[in-house]
Write a protein that binds this ligand. Structure first.
Ligand code: SF4
Ligand code: SF4
Length: 429
């Protein structure tokens, strides 16, 4: 049934020189621009329970994942860390480098920066305040500048449709490396305009970025927990550059995604781990679909990063404009119920079409939780309770070994790329 249109959003084309696109939003999809939130609750949680990077808080399951990764996945991780190491280091220190010229007094450089970002291959670019409420605790002192240039790079279309597979996983890592280099070139350009730039490498994230991308008008949060951006939906890989340049902020927009996801639900129904939930919840002051980490992680680790929730999203597959136009014309979700959109294969389990899901037994989801050092303490406590630590020299040796293991863990570097490796290899890098 044809829908009435509430508003039409005009967005820049994918590349410099491309015509702009118009996305119609049906009346029954309208909710709120950006994210539904209670700002005082977001403030409270960020102050009392600051966010922390998973590369710090989830080291126990990262270590476990190495016991189940397929061999090619292990090699993919090692290669990515090897190739990212230098650019992560340069990015981390980039904010200290002085601009190459004096800035033109009072000149707003928003359009110059956006055009340069598109020249460098970023398909989405928007600007907002860097929102410290979403900064990871260990990065809080590192942040220097208040304006965030939000830039998204498109992950290869064909390879993404092959999710879950190593063919697709290599483009995930490869996109991060390509955009890391492009981000450094954009930072060079900002310095050539007379301003500082701090590069938040996608291999070393400083915060949860999606709220800032939404605030900059670059999409809305989907039920799959990913940014649904206008041109390439959840195939967007994200990074941020912060700066002290004179720039103008963008505004959040209502693309109709909150209601659309309630109607679509394809990712929720197709998730092999049943890790996505049907209804939104309030979480740290924000209303959102919340992913159940413990049901996702075991699938991701065993099946090359999984990503089915990205692959089956119609906004990723067809783009937001065709999806929203189809909804206005028919009241239906483009591609829903088709093998083309919903079908996927799982290594060793076979092909699953619409309505079919792989089955995993209960043990499959039994993984370690929290930080590796906490796990070591728990194991140690259990040994004490079971009187497995003898008195005398043999017990001293157990204590020395325990101390050595804890020291190795707490002293390790913590960037996101490095956290892809098992702890022993991190120390050796
Ligand atoms: S990555 Fe896979 S298991 Fe995790 S939420 Fe997405 S579809 Fe589900
Ligand atoms: S698959 Fe559907 S429900 Fe899931 S994020 Fe995409 S549009 Fe939203």
């Amino acid at each position: 049934m044809k829908k009435r249109i509430s508003h039409v959003l005009k967005r820049p084309g994918l590349r410099n020189g491309d015509p702009s696109i118009e996305i119609p939003v049906a009346e029954d999809l309208v909710t709120t621009p950006g994210i539904r939130q209670v700002p005082k609750d977001v403030d409270f949680y960020s102050r009392s329970y600051p966010l922390e990077s998973q590369s710090i808080t989830n080291t126990a399951d990262s270590e476990w994942a190495w016991t189940v990764y397929p061999e090619e996945e292990q090699e993919g991780h090692r290669e990515h860390v090897r190739l990212s190491k230098e650019v992560v280091k340069i990015s981390g220190e980039y904010g200290d480098i002085e601009p190459t010229v004096e800035p033109e007094p009072g000149k707003d450089v928003t359009e110059e920066i956006k055009a340069k970002a598109r020249d460098l291959g970023f398909g989405e670019v928007g600007i907002t305040r860097y929102d410290r409420r979403y900064t990871f605790k260990y990065k809080k002192r590192w942040i220097r500048f208040e304006h965030a240039i939000c830039i998204a790079f498109e992950q290869d279309y064909e390879r993404t449709q092959a999710i879950p597979s190593m063919f697709a996983e290599t483009t995930h890592f490869g996109t991060y490396r390509t955009m890391s280099q492009a981000g450094l070139l954009l930072a060079d350009y900002i310095r050539s305009l007379g301003y500082h730039a701090q590069v938040h490498s996608p291999a070393d994230n400083s915060a949860a970025y999606i709220p800032m991308f939404v605030q900059a008008g670059l999409g809305q949060l989907g039920a799959n927990g990913q940014l649904l951006s206008p041109h390439f939906g959840s195939r967007a890989r994200l990074m941020i550059i912060t700066t002290d340049a004179i720039i103008t902020y963008d505004k959040p927009l209502d693309y109709g995604i909150h209601k659309f996801c309630e109607i679509c639900q394809v990712c929720v129904n197709r998730c092999p781990g049943r890790a996505l939930i049907r209804d939104k919840v309030w979480w740290r002051g924000v209303q959102k679909h919340k992913l159940v980490y413990d049901r996702c992680r075991p699938v991701m680790a065993r099946y090359t990063g999984c990503g089915v929730c990205m692959k089956v999203c119609p906004v990723q597959k067809y783009g937001m404009k065709p999806v929203m136009e189809h909804y206005v014309e028919t009241g239906e979700v483009l591609g829903k119920g088709t093998h083309e959109l919903e079908g996927y294969s799982v290594e060793g389990k076979g092909y699953f079409g619409p309505g079919e899901l792989p089955h995993f037994n209960h043990d499959f989801f039994d993984i370690p939780h929290g930080r590796s050092e906490d796990m070591l303490f728990e194991e140690f406590k259990e040994k004490l309770n079971n009187h497995e630590i003898p008195d005398g020299p043999a017990g001293d040796e157990v204590l020395r070994e325990f101390k050595k293991e804890v020291e190795e863990i707490v002293a390790k570097p913590v960037d996101d790329a490095m956290a892809l490796l098992p702890q022993k290899e991190q120390t050796a890098m």
